[in-house]
Design a protein around this ligand. Sequence first.
Ligand code: SF4
Length: 698
Amino acid sequence: DSKDFDEEVKSVCPFCGVGCQVSVKVKDGKVRNVEGINGPANEGRLCVKGRFGFDYIHHPHRLTKPLIRRSDAPEKGLNVDPNNPWTHFREATWEEAMEKAAHGLGDLRSYYGGTSVAGFGSAKCTNEEAYLFQKFIRQGFGHNNVDHCTRLCHASSVAALMENVGSGAVTASFNEIENADLAIVIGANPTENHPVTATYFKQFTKRGGELIILDPRGTAMKRHAKHMLQFRPGTDVALLNAIMNVIVEEKLYDRQYIEGFTEGFFEFRDHIRAFTPERMSELCGIDAETIKTVARSYAGAQRAMIFWGMGVSQHIHGTDNSRCLISLALLCGQVGRSGTGLHPLRGQNNVQGASDAGLIPQVMPDYQPVTDGEVRELFKHIWRGTEIQAAPGLTVVEIMDRVYRGEIKGMYILGENPAMSDPDVEHARKALAQLDHLVVQDIFLTETANYADVILPASALPEKTGTVTNTNRQVQMVRKAVNPPGEAREDWQIIVDLARRIGLDWDYDDPREIFDEMKMSMRSLHHITWKRLETESAVTYPCSGPDDPGQAVVFGDGFPRRAGRAKFTPARVTPPAEMPDDSFPMILTTGRQLEHWHTGSMTRRASVLDAMEPEANCSLHPSTLRKLGVEPGGHVRLTTRRGSVEVMARADRAVAPDMVFLPFAYVEAAANILTNPALDPFGKIPEFKFSAVRVEKA
Ligand code: SF4
């Protein structure tokens, strides 16, 4: 009953990239309830995280005052108790903490040069905050060593899309599945990771749409699918090339589309001939006839979409995987019309927006390359004379390597948790421990904050106003529902304060001013104004006029590449970086689970979600558990070349007998102690989805 609340504020769910709009119900300055409202991506629906995961913002672990590491603190490490951090940290005033933060970073800049300091921003913050953060590093330290978690999720997808389509965003909103006849979902588990999207997928199958799932792990959606191809992990390119081989050999492709809208087809056709279904079948474990059936179905569909997730992107051949998906769609002309398209499902709620805002080392806002002199001139003009470095910066894992080697000595980390999220996380933790100066800005004392010299208490999404952009390219308005606790501040305010203290001439008083500055360099925001977002709550980019709600489907009349043509890029089969052997005979794959969010800093402090999934767990096939002599609910030890964790084991027939699936939200059994830091050479994304592992009874 609305009388039970003082206020209802329209905003956006803080968790996944679906970007569900919510009504936040407030009573006595606290969020008491959250309900779905009629946003373009959710039409009133919410999943369990959005509906019940809100009370983390009132958890007693919230940081309410700035903290400074004590001079007599023990060694930096994970040994800080969030209930009692006082042997490691002491409370400070904002003035003292900001001076220490600014002097620490500024002194490193003076002594060793700007490249001694790097930054990780956050996809959990607003677009305006992401924009300010990359500007802070680029303008304040004179280089591009600034990145965020997109590097760990869809960097390879974006690399392939930029290369072959000319744009890193989706070509069609996921809602377009309503107009499709067929959809391929590969390397994604929407029921757990994008649950509201999964409801649209289920509706699609109910009205007769043909769903094809390609995944090494069975997913809950497979009972809705016409075909479920459970291929061997790491053989995506073999499978996709075999599908395209059938389309090419049987001349099922769309010749007119290829001639009108693409380049590189003939080289691609010659390349793909070697990948016969019969040959690839042995590699990927799917029989040749099934491959042919799926190829004919996709090529025969009037309107078909392809969705993918981290199962595609988090491999050393992640960019090649996405290249294959793009080529498949181009072969059959399945881009640019309603009910067609390419859609990498985004992970964090604002990973699209943070990437658009330039929080990546190779490009400025709107993916404008730092290597382009005209782009640098544009920003020199907007940023009042700032020289932009022409050299692309370092990515997340590369930055941590430089920290480990002592070349980077200071970091400003906002809302990221590399002490949990980096691959081979022990390496990252050792690196963080040896930083001369680490400033962490967050809402909790995260595992990364344990290593900080200064901790700045920040705000959660329901405590701030700004814009975010979801997986559908929908720019949406987030509205402040409650105040941050204690002395915590909004993130943009902290960045502005720190910028002034390191000598930058910044004068923003409101997120709207930041948004207006973003519009000066970002064509994607044309016709999207703050005022429109306040009244309409969401506008999709690109947008052609002040009354246009934006284009759900793009590239119907050509691509933003040379001559308007998209490109076929052939992909070869590359084995995973580390294959199972006698010592590590099984395959480890990692991911999320429905109730928890990324490194767990928020959802493990959300009472309902934590009650639903309180314990670190992994999933193994029942036959594997039997062989190990472990009952479901018993414990196993997982060991890779990098480390070992103990975890509760669940029986799950969806996991192949030679695999183990491990969620990465649990600090007590951190999945990334085990994962391989080998990188995709193009997207620089680590191979989280494939490590050789030994599983034993604990
Ligand atoms: Fe939030 Fe994603 Fe769930 Fe929607 S689907 S409620 S955005 S977590």
